[in-house]
Design a protein around this ligand. Structure first.
Ligand code: M6R
Length: 601
């Protein structure tokens, strides 16, 4: 995710901003920049690439001044280039802006601003903000009024911070994206995260949605968007600078598991209209209306692809998922297929090879990825972004849920002919409610207790049917990857065809049973089979069947639409894997022998 730092005070702003950007590096980024008020001008320096590249760009003649803003960008609209890096300016030299989040109505605002003669120089959604502000200033508004008017016009999620050529004040506002004020003896700070200014002050004020911050050198004010004053309390943070990147979590993986509600909101933002049952996905013109879809992917992304393929088949669109490393061995006929690579990093060699193979045979290709400008995104005919934000832990967690939700949106998008609009709206409502439901699972989970109980077992098995089979496979992969223990996922119905021979009282079996359809009822029968072999059974269930009568422990799921229950079950399994690995003292964020991005076949 992008990072923000702002400063007004007595220090050299460039030094404060660069320190802040270095502290924000852990979040992942692909470009960085600063804007410093020097006299009555704004000196903007920004570069694609790492902070060292930006440092090189300012080394010789660093901007001097004591007011400024800085940003690390993680691309969502447009690839990582100098022009797309923040801060963004208008064309009158009045204002520079940094922004985290997504401006949903940027398309219509851009058209409106272009119609009055404003020229855009980037692909970003953010650039509409400085143009809007300058448009209001040109109409006679003060910087503060212009900032407020601009914030009033934008829709979506944002933490937005602006610095002005003709005012020694920094303004900021937030909606659904974090923003925090730092209160120092030598000035005031603004950031997306405390670590950005922790070296200078540990006194913080958390900004809430719908609030506007005015930052002066010697004071700050928080008001509502209507200008009414808001009382805020200053808190002291006692974080260790070493651990700040993890925002108080012991590991990145745990932090990323807890980021899932935010990541999902970001994934859905501006894409769903559940009232008219429409899904809008930008940039997919090149894929047309394929008659079938072939997914290629590896590891966790393959499990997401299995779920995606099933969702398409449920809607009558032929779809299959193939392990990317197997694709070229016996490639399926292309016919009128859209070959879709599902890859968080966009750099996995096996997935790229499969996509190239398909392209070489005439297929249209689509990349479903988290990384704008990645090789998969560049090489495919179109790219669809999962918008999960950077994932640092090697184990894929939030990117898995965001992949599945993105593929669910793709299924709705491709199925333009679905006759039953009511069903579509119901599924879209379920996706809208999913972030809150994941939060409930995170708040109420007994996973740590379950981990305490079963850590040290001989092997761990995960079973489920249909979508819950994919969750079982994913649960076992995550568990193996970070605990170094033997774990396997099976289709529940396959147990009796072989794996049952492995089941003993030393092998806990995690079973996913959601809803009360035939698949769920048959899975309960499979539970009875393992229970009869004395295996401890943990049911991950919404309690719609009588499975609880046959198991030793339950990880409860809240009531939800059947289409999202597997993702809630997966969240429980992520937590179980994390807590078992933690008890075993494993290297959770960087498990042995594994890499985040696998760039060899
Ligand atoms: O970047 P990708 O999604 O293409 O990566 C594919 C796999 O290497 C990846 O999903 C891996 O299985 C996960 N780290 C497991 O948690």
């Amino acid at each position: 995710m992008c990072g923000i730092i702002g400063y007004v005070g007595e220090r050299e702003a460039t030094q404060v901003l660069m320190t802040g950007l270095n502290q924000l590096e852990y979040r992942g980024y692909d470009s960085a920049g600063i804007a410093v008020r020097t006299g009555g001008n704004l000196d903007v320096r920004k570069r694609a690439g790492d902070i060292e590249t930006l440092e090189d760009a300012i080394e010789e003649n660093a901007p001097t001044g004591s007011t400024g803003i800085g940003h690390t960008r993680w691309s969502t609209h447009g690839p990582p280039t100098d022009a797309n890096a923040h801060p963004h300016t208008g064309e009158d030299g009045e204002v520079a802006v940094v922004h985290n989040g997504i401006i949903e109505n940027y398309g219509s605002l851009k058209e409106e601003l272009q119609a009055v003669g404003r020229t855009f120089t980037s692909d970003t959604d953010t650039e509409v903000i400085p143009h809007l502000i300058e448009q209001f200033i040109a109409g006679g508004a003060s910087p503060e009024r212009a900032f407020r008017e601009a914030v009033d016009r934008i829709e979506g999620s944002y933490a937005v911070v602006a610095t002005f050529a003709n005012s020694d004040v920094v303004f900021a506002a937030r909606n659904d994206s974090p923003l925090v004020v730092g209160v120092g003896g030598d000035g005031h700070y603004l950031a997306s995260d405390v670590p950005a200014f922790l070296e200078f002050t540990d006194q913080v004020v958390y900004v809430d949605d719908g609030e506007v911050v005015t930052l002066h050198s010697d004071r700050f004010e928080v008001t509502t968007t209507d200008g009414l004053p808001v009382e805020k309390s200053v808190e002291t943070v006692d974080w260790d600078v070493e651990d700040t990147g993890k925002s108080g979590f012991a590991h990145y993986m745990l932090k990323e598991i807890h980021e899932q509600p935010t990541a999902l909101r970001q994934c859905l933002s501006g894409r769903v209209n559940e009232l008219d049952g429409q899904v809008e996905l930008d940039g997919l013109e090149a894929i047309g209306q394929p008659s079938q879809v072939q997914f290629v992917a590896c590891g966790t992304s393959y499990h997401a692809a299995l779920l995606g393929a099933q969702r398409l088949r449920d809607k009558g669109i032929p779809a299959r998922a193939t392990l990317a490393s197997e694709y070229a061995v016996s490639p399926p006929p292309i016919d009128d297929s859209l070959v879709t690579g599902v890859t968080q990093s966009g750099e996995t060699a096996d997935t790229l090879a499969a996509l190239r193979e398909a392209r070489g045979r005439g297929a249209r290709t689509l990349a479903v990825t988290n990384v704008v400008g990645s090789t998969a995104a560049r090489e495919c005919d179109a790219a669809l972004y999962i918008r999960a934000g950077p994932e640092i832990g090697v184990a894929a967690t939030k990117t898995f849920t965001s992949q599945v939700v993105t593929l669910s949106l793709l299924a709705e998008y491709l199925d333009a002919g679905d006759a039953d609009g009511a069903l579509v709206r119901e599924r879209l409502r379920a996706l809208r409610d999913l972030p809150d439901l994941v939060q409930r699972v995170l708040d109420d989970s007994r996973a740590e207790e379950i981990a305490d109980e079963y850590v040290g077992s001989e092997s761990y098995f995960f079973i489920g049917r249909g979508p819950n089979r994919s969750v079982a496979l994913e649960g076992a992969l995550t568990f193996t990857e970070i605990t170094y223990e033997h774990a396997e996922g099976f289709a529940a119905g396959e147990l009796k065809h072989g794996p049952l021979a492995l089941v003993t009282d030393e092998t806990p079996v995690f079973t996913m049973v959601t809803g009360n359809d035939e698949a769920a009822r048959k899975t309960v029968s499979n539970v009875k089979e393992v229970e009869a072999r004395d295996a401890p059974v943990v049911a991950v269930t919404d309690g719609k069947t009588d499975v609880e009568d046959y198991v030793d422990d339950v990880l409860a799921l809240p009531g939800a639409h059947p289409s999202v229950l597997p993702l809630l079950a997966n969240t429980q399994l992520q937590l179980v894997a994390y807590h078992v690995a933690n008890q075993l003292g494993r290297s959770i964020d960087k498990p042995r022998n594994l890499a985040k991005s696998v760039t060899v076949e």
